[in-house]
Ligand binder design. Structure first.
Ligand SMILES: [Fe+2]
Ligand SMILES: [Fe+2]
Length: 417
């Protein structure tokens, strides 16, 4: 028996999402036609909301801890009501944005298995958007007497979002090649997992009930990303793949900072905990995420080393990985450039705490300096050119970063004079 019940939203918004899908994701029909062949053990795809069970009826965190969870959005007052709406809105935007991103390079998938997996990911992200629409649509109390209809306003806005005006930066970056699909599923969907995991405690019950079913689908997204990234990295190592280890590293350098920023300012998030929306603040979750990405890359590095040194055991391969990365030296023919690493949290940050946002940190977390002062924005851009993919630096998102970096330098006046 499934651990959830299903519901549909009102026809007006159900049809609006189907129309959105026909325009942004027409390939869904192909997935549906082939589903039982490719995923025989999985229930066929359905555009429905899945309503899971709560771990407990009471609020676990913050100023309402111990009270019953809120069933009606309208019972949340003031800032809490709008913050809940903002979280639902941002979540739905990520789901829709990622479909628009994946579609751009879907046809470049090196194997049929990879293409079908990305189609399934896209279909499940559509269901997640539907789920967030259900949160807004089924609860009439989002429309408070004498106020605008917040639910309708939010859903209408979401249906009109395109790459470029999604809520979070990571969802405004157009994919340039299939490496982006794979790295995105590995490191950006992983942020999604953290958010959903934290939001199981959500004090507004319909949101909390949505998390379990979404999380189990995210497991497939993250697992696909990791498996395919390993395949691509092995292809890069033995020269049979479309991307070199250097290409893969550059794409990681572009995406991981955006993943870190999805947690919000690392000193913030206390309000979300106080409202009982999450169980951890931003900094704690971000640090956990960063170390999980490190572990994911270490497992891939072990596979790389196993291809480079004949008959080495996995534990020995892991020791080689650690030694090469800790010392920066070549050991048994394995050099740092043969392996993947997670850039430091301070590298290439547009948002976050003042000391690091728009500051010229290198991938190792060292501040780049000239005469003991941080290097100029122009010099930092040159450095970024050596560690980021060229195509990434031609996106509108990078243009926005460049303008923010150069503007920050002028405003701060603390360097570059
Ligand atoms: Fe999702
Ligand atoms: Fe996902």
């Amino acid at each position: 028996m499934p651990a959830y019940t299903t519901e549909k939203i009102a026809p007006k918004y159900h049809e609006a999402l189907v129309a959105w899908q026909k325009k942004n994701f027409p390939e869904l029909a192909f997935l549906e036609d082939n589903w039982s062949k490719v995923y025989p053990a999985q229930t066929p795809y359905q555009l429905v909301a899945k309503i899971g069970k709560l771990n407990s009826d009471s609020i676990g965190y913050g100023r309402f801890a111990g009270q019953q969870r809120f069933e009606n959005a309208g019972d949340m007052v003031g800032n809490m009501f709008y913050s809940a709406r903002d979280i639902v809105r941002a979540q739905a935007s990520t789901e829709l944005g990622s479909i628009q991103q994946h579609r751009l390079t879907l046809e470049e998938a090196p194997t049929d298995q990879m293409k079908m997996a990305v189609l399934r990911i896209m279909a499940e992200e559509l269901r997640h958007a539907y789920q967030m629409f259900w949160v807004l649509d089924h609860d009439q109390s989002w429309k408070k007497p004498g106020h605008p209809d917040i639910a309708a306003e939010t859903m209408d806005e979401l249906l009109n979002m395109e790459l470029g005006n999604h809520v979070l930066d990571a969802f405004n970056i157009p994919f340039s090649n299939f490496l982006d699909n794979v790295i995105f599923a590995t490191v950006i969907d992983l942020v999604g997992k953290y958010q959903l995991e934290m939001q199981k405690v959500f004090s507004y019950a319909p949101m909390a009930r949505s998390m379990g079913p979404m999380l189990s689908e995210e497991g497939f997204h993250i697992g696909s990303g990791r498996g395919f990234l390993k395949e691509l990295a092995i292809g890069g190592t033995n020269g049979t793949g479309a991307y070199s280890i250097g290409d893969i590293q550059k794409a990681l350098n572009a995406w991981i900072p955006r993943g870190l920023e999805m947690f919000g300012n690392e000193r913030g998030g206390e309000t979300a905990v106080a409202f009982g929306f999450k169980d951890r603040n931003n900094g704690t979750a971000q640090a956990e995420y960063h170390s999980e990405v490190r572990e994911v890359l270490e497992l891939i590095n072990v596979e790389i080393v196993k291809r480079m040194i004949k008959e080495i055991t996995a534990p020995d391969a892991r020791s080689v990985v650690r030694e090469v990365q800790d010392t920066g030296e070549t050991i048994k023919g394995v050099s740092p450039q043969d392996l993947l690493f997670v850039p430091d949290v301070k590298f290439f940050r547009k948002r976050g705490v003042e000391e690091i946002a728009l500051m010229p940190y290198d991938v190792n977390g060292n501040l780049l300096t000239d005469d003991a002062k941080p290097v100029s924005g122009e010099k930092y851009l040159q450095y970024l050119g050596s560690v980021l993919p060229g195509y990434y630096m031609r996106t509108n998102e990078f243009t926005k970063y460049r303008e923010a970096l150069l503007g920050h330098q002028r405003l701060s006046g603390s360097y570059g004079w």
